[in-house]
Design a protein around this ligand. Structure first.
Ligand code: MN
Ligand code: MN
Length: 318
């Protein structure tokens, strides 16, 4: 088998124009075979409380990913030289039944994890992180969590539903899939219901970093602290696109002003190099509110940057 066969490459822009070719993530081969890293679409948006539409996120993010080239000029990461990466398609969820879809997603990941090392998931609304974390915790034990978001996502219920995009993290912790002492929330802000909306997590030992603490600062120093808190254990990154400011990422369901910059998003992800990342997602991109396509473009780039910090990535200096 040649190296090219062993390590599938994104289709290059000199082989097929960037606006042509397969509509997979980075125009990678579609596959359900053995992969070190799989991009997976989870087109669920029935757990959304305000604007819907993130069901179209995976397709739009894949479309905008056609511009991504395989080498990271800033960090020198060359993920396709040492990892077998592919696009594993979408989860066939039931768009008429949220609770059933949550179980469908978990079962899909349980099965996929027989063949896939690290799933990088493309949302979909934030509900999807609960069933993904459940499947990953069954394999790796309780997960450390880096949660980038404008919102704490720790409501008890929403209209009586237990697992939704605003309550997934509380239940992932209560059900033992996420370790709050190895959890960091970054970017929280906006209006709330009560003064203690953001305090529940801190009370369990999590580090809560409100957006105001990030304003005007590089987040690279914060990430030193984050890596120390995460330690060597299995860790998940969940990146809600609304953690970024609406000027950067307007195409989302519950936007809040005063958010993170795109640069700070990169600093968070690049700061996870060396962490035992076992999975990640980028969620809440809603293309109907994304007239320029910029939100999906940002999300595609964030997913590539996450790929560049997966354990086992090669770095090339020349
Ligand atoms: Mn969220
Ligand atoms: Mn949010």
């Amino acid at each position: 088998m040649s190296t090219d066969d062993a390590f599938p490459q994104p289709l290059g822009g000199n082989t097929m124009p960037r606006f042509g070719g397969p509509a997979t993530m980075m125009r990678l081969p579609p596959t359900d075979g053995r992969l070190d890293v799989a991009f997976v679409g989870v087109p669920l948006d029935i757990g959304t409380s305000n604007r819907p539409g993130s069901r179209f996120g995976p397709r739009q993010i894949r479309a905008e990913s056609c511009l991504l080239r395989p080498y990271n000029m800033a960090t020198r990461a060359a993920p396709f030289e040492s990892l077998v990466v592919g696009d594993a398609g979408d989860v066939a969820l039931n768009t008429f039944n949220l609770a059933a879809s949550i179980d469908i997603i978990t079962d899909h990941y349980r099965s996929m994890l027989q063949n896939v090392g690290v799933p990088l998931s493309i949302g979909g609304d934030h509900t999807i992180t609960y069933p993904i974390a459940r499947a990953l915790a069954e394999r790796h034990g309780p997960l450390g969590m880096v949660h980038v978001d404008a919102h704490a996502d720790v409501s008890r219920t929403m209209f009586g539903e237990r697992i939704t995009h605003g309550s997934w993290l509380r239940h992932a912790i209560d059900d033992g899939y996420v370790d709050p002492r190895r959890t960091v929330q970054i970017g929280l802000r906006g209006t709330g219901y009560a003064a203690d909306d953001f305090d529940w997590m801190a009370g369990l030992g999590a580090r809560v970093v409100p957006a105001e603490e990030c304003w005007h600062h590089s987040l690279t120093p914060l990430m030193h602290e984050v890596r120390a808190k995460l330690g060597g254990g299995a860790t998940y990154l969940s990146f809600d696109i609304d953690g970024l400011d609406p000027s950067v990422a307007p195409g989302t369901g519950t936007p809040e002003i005063g958010g993170l910059t795109a640069i700070q998003g990169l600093e968070i992800i690049r700061g996870l190099r060396g962490v035992s990342l076992v999975g990640a997602d980028v969620v809440e991109v809603s293309p109907a509110y994304d007239a320029s396509g910029n939100t999906a473009l940002v999300a595609a780039n964030l997913l590539f940057e996450i790929l560049c910090v997966v354990p086992g990535v090669a770095y090339r200096t020349a």
